[in-house]
Design a protein around this ligand. Structure first.
Ligand code: AMP
Ligand code: MG
Length: 487
């Protein structure tokens, strides 16, 4: 276990030079205080959980103090936002403080979000508010616990610094961890500005540090692109299987590592709704729940375009063709497991589609349906769940197919079925109204609810004593919360 001053830095991205990022010092927040820290994320840096309670911890992650070896930099990138190209984005309110490696030899980027203005702030103030910082923290750690690849969050530091959004709020910073902060938009920036030499440097950097096994392939860059496409297919399959809606799938928010990245107006589905739009400024529904699948491919095409100086168009097209079948395979595999099935049959996809069609407009809680389905035998479970459906006859017909399918799947006890299903069907997810309750308390100065919710979400599959209130459907006020995009 390390103390805070014992971190070992190796700032590989900073060494790429000024064409890639700009040196900027964080702008401190007033009266910094720890809101919440993640023990699991501290462990990634070999840090003793006790360090979070020391005053220097809050100072380090609110811009008051820096390690000597840190080299805070704002990265430049661009990207397609809602389908249109924005030629210059970049870290407008976050800084890559440096890269740390742990005892296992893993590198972690330390990115401080809300650290003040940078050359890429455009019209923004460089700040993040408490509300959005808590949401990013909870989502990162909750997704990770569900087994969905995601950036991680070390802590949230609150402050008394006023920040103006629709109303006056308080500034906060969240310390994000990821093996890399390189986005699709990094490649697009160098491609559209025709800085081919730097783009090659970037491609080499990503290949060497993050896809070294692709070096062995006859066409390393193509192999790397294929791997990125595969990872995105798998990540989005997990989003769809667990009902996660990202909300702002712009290419500047897509990680080159295929991890969930940049949390804004995201939401987990409460009631199942394929057309759900969590971002209320997304008027066309470009990033609606079911559109996430084709948008994943669209985003990969945008990256492919940026890689045309290195890879032939035909090869890129072929690699893009991998995305959908891989997505479908991962998704179906997960959904089979969510249904408690251990074998694969041709008709399983139809079984899943029929179930979701019945859930649509039925007001069925997506998460609790699967959890309850595993509570008891298939026969007893479907008999109990049918009342939740508007089309009960339709559900009965589905239930007959399901029971027959379960019978063909094999012989196992109710206990085995429950254990297997509960291991993939969470009881606790980050529902918007739960986040909202925790945020309201934190804004009033009480951080205990954020901390408790975070604790519960670190073990989403395990029933936790006294935590029933976190496994409930939203009350009326919490059903259609409009999550502000201003963050
Ligand atoms: P996001 O919607 O958070 O992914 O941000 C899109 C772009 O806007 C990125 O370049 C951000 O750095 C920038 N940005 C977002 N909010 C702010 C802010 N408050 N101040 C400066 N830049 C911001
Ligand atoms: Mg972003």
């Amino acid at each position: 276990m390390k103390a805070l001053d014992e971190l070992t830095f190796d700032n590989r991205f900073a060494r790429l030079g000024d064409a890639f990022s700009t040196h900027v010092l964080p702008e401190p927040l007033d009266e910094p205080r720890l809101v919440v820290a993640s023990d699991a994320a501290l462990a990634l840096l070999d840090l003793d959980p006790a360090v979070a309670q020391t005053p220097v911890f809050a100072e380090l992650f609110s811009g008051h103090k820096l390690w000597e070896e840190a080299e805070p930099r704002a990265m430049v990138y661009s990207g397609h936002q809602f389908g249109g190209y924005s030629p210059q984005l970049g870290d407008g309110r976050g800084l890559l403080l440096g890269e740390v490696y742990n005892a296992a030899g893993e590198h972690w980027d330390l990115h401080l979000k809300g650290a003040g203005m940078t050359p890429y702030s455009r019209m923004g103030d460089g700040r993040a508010v408490l509300r959005s910082s808590i949401r990013e923290f909870l989502a990162s750690e909750a997704l990770h616990a569900l087994g969905i690849p995601s950036s991680r969050a070390l802590c949230v530091i609150g402050s008394s610094t006023p920040v103006w959004r629709e109303k006056q709020e308080r500034g906060a910073m969240v310390l994000r961890l990821a093996p890399s902060h390189i986005r699709f938009g990094h490649f697009e920036y160098f491609y559209y500005t025709k800085k081919t030499e730097q783009q090659a440097q970037l491609a080499e950097h990503v290949l060497n540090l993050h896809y070294p096994e692709c070096r062995e392939q006859p066409e390393p860059y193509l192999a790397m692109f294929r791997e990125i496409a595969e990872r995105n297919a798998e990540m989005i399959a997990k989003w769809q299987a667990y009902g996660f809606c990202h909300g702002v799938m712009n290419t500047d928010n897509m990680s080159i590592l295929g991890i969930t990245f940049d949390f804004g107006p995201f939401a987990f589905l409460d009631d199942f709704d394929a057309h759900f739009i969590c971002n209320h400024s997304d008027h066309e529904g470009r990033y609606s729940f079911s559109n996430q699948v084709p948008i994943g491919q669209w985003n990969l095409s945008a990256l492919a375009q940026a890689l045309t100086p290195f890879i032939s168009v035909d090869a890129l097209k072929e690699a893009l063709g991998l995305y959908l079948p891989l997505y479908q395979a991962h998704y179906l595999d997960l959904m089979r497991r969510r249904l408690g099935l251990t074998t694969a049959e041709e008709e399983d996809q139809k079984l899943v589609e029929r179930l979701l069609a019945l859930m649509q407009n039925s007001g069925v809680d997506y998460t609790l349906f699967f959890r309850r389905l595993g509570d008891e035998s298939a026969t007893l479970a479907v008999a109990r769940l049918r009342d939740d459906f508007v089309d009960m006859a339709g559900f009965d017909a589905w239930a007959d197919l399901y029971k027959a399918r379960v019978a063909r799947d094999g012989e196992y006890s109710e206990e085995q079925r429950r254990a297997r299903m509960h291991a993939v069907n969470p009881l606790y997810i980050l529902r918007n109204y739960l986040a909202q309750n925790a945020i309201a308390a934190a804004e009033a100065g009480d951080y205990s609810e954020v901390r408790r919710l975070h604790e519960v979400l670190t073990k989403p599959f395990e029933e936790q004593a006294g935590m029933e209130q976190y496994a409930q459907r939203p009350p009326d006020w919490g059903k259609h919360l409009e999550i502000s995009c201003s963050s």
